[in-house]
Design a protein around this ligand. Structure first.
Ligand code: 9MR
Length: 338
């Protein structure tokens, strides 16, 4: 067949359904707008069996000046129910959200509003989500210590997190409650601070039930770093979630990027495969699932301003639904681990 005929006519059968290869859940993120997109739903239903709402289950959507808004997250939850997809919630408490809505409250009102929000949101989806990212991105960017923000300033560094986990546990006792963060494998110092925080929270009695590593991978990190982090994180015996996997081929900042396309492709393949291999080696009860942060490259946050270069291929499918290097790395890893 002439290569020009290929894209539109052929479905994405060059890799088997990803979910049929993986010995654990394979997730993607979703926005309500995508549920009406036939190309997106076909790929999502073929390859994935778990959904994380990309932003509509966050405070930025749910909390309004008049109360709570649940139409979009309810729609995603119903779509999951009717398509046999598991649901993962993100995120209850995130340093970057809620500041305005909580501004000007007395200490007591602030605490009450915090508790009420978690009780309302986690309570609404109790029994429908498998798990929640309860606290997102607590560790400082450089990996030294914790972030300081309105939650920590009002309710305490560790205390606001323990309180969030306690509230979530009360509202949904069966959900796996995650501490979730990024750059944990890219930056070993950040990974170590994060794991120390998990330990501290557990010692303080917080019902942390899982470790979420977003895994927005830097494909230039040395071999072994990703598996070392997964190995360290597994020591707690808790479930791990690779919660937002993507692997940009771009370099943000740094020296001029003279890597060839094939070199980047190799780096991307190797790092995604290393991650998947290491994750698949965990004991079954620690493999909560591996979630890609989007279906097609063009769905990715990395293909929106200010990151978009019009070419990056961080996800498992290209704009026309064809599998990419990331899909090949995942499927090769899963096929070999069977
Ligand atoms: O991809 C998400 C984007 O659509 C949202 O506008 C944004 C704010 O809610 O969050 C993005 O997802 C982020 C995730 O929640 C946490 N880790 C980094 C992700 C990319 O920014």
């Amino acid at each position: 067949m002439a290569s020009g005929c290929r894209a539109a006519a052929q479905p994405d059968i060059a890799v088997p359904p990803l979910k049929s290869l993986a010995p654990y859940r394979v997730g993607t993120c979703a926005m309500t707008g995508q549920l009406d997109d036939a190309g997106w739903t076909r790929l999502a239903l073929t390859h994935f069996n778990q959904i994380t709402p990309e932003w509509e289950m966050k405070m930025e959507y749910i909390l309004t000046p008049d109360g709570y808004r649940f139409d979009a997250p309810d729609r995603i939850a119903s779509w999951c129910d009717s398509h046999g997809m598991a649901l993962h919630g993100t995120t209850l408490i995130w340093y970057s959200q809620g500041e305005e809505a909580f501004r000007g409250l007395s200490r007591a009102d602030y605490g009450q509003r915090f508790d009420r929000y978690i009780a309302a949101v986690a309570g609404r989806y109790a029994g429908r989500v498998r798990g929640w990212d309860v606290v997102n991105e607590a560790v400082a960017e450089d990996g030294v210590g914790l972030r300081s923000h309105h939650w920590s300033q009002n309710l305490g560094d560790i205390d606001h997190m323990r309180r969030a986990f306690d509230q979530a546990k009360q509202a949904d006792p069966d959900a796996v409650l995650f501490l979730n963060d990024y750059n944990l494998e890219n930056n070993p110092r950040k990974g170590a601070t994060f794991l120390k925080l998990v330990e501290q929270l557990l010692k303080a009695g917080a019902p942390v039930g899982g470790i979420g590593s977003q895994s927005h991978l830097n494909i230039e990190i040395p071999e072994g770093r990703i598996s070392a982090f997964i190995h360290e994180a597994a020591q707690f015996g808790l479930p791990l979630h690779i919660s937002e996997l993507d692997a940009s081929r771009r370099r943000e900042g740094g020296p001029p990027d003279v890597r060839s396309v094939s070199f980047r492709s190799r780096q991307q393949f190797d790092r995604v495969k290393e991650l998947t291999d290491a994750y698949s080696r965990l004991p079954e009860q620690q493999r909560y699932g591996l979630t890609l942060w989007g279906v097609r490259d063009t769905d990715s946050w990395l293909r929106r301003p200010p990151h978009d270069d019009g070419r990056d291929s961080p996800l498992a499918f290209d704009a026309s639904g064809q599998p990419t290097t990331v899909a090949r790395a995942l499927s090769e890893s899963w096929l070999r681990s069977q």
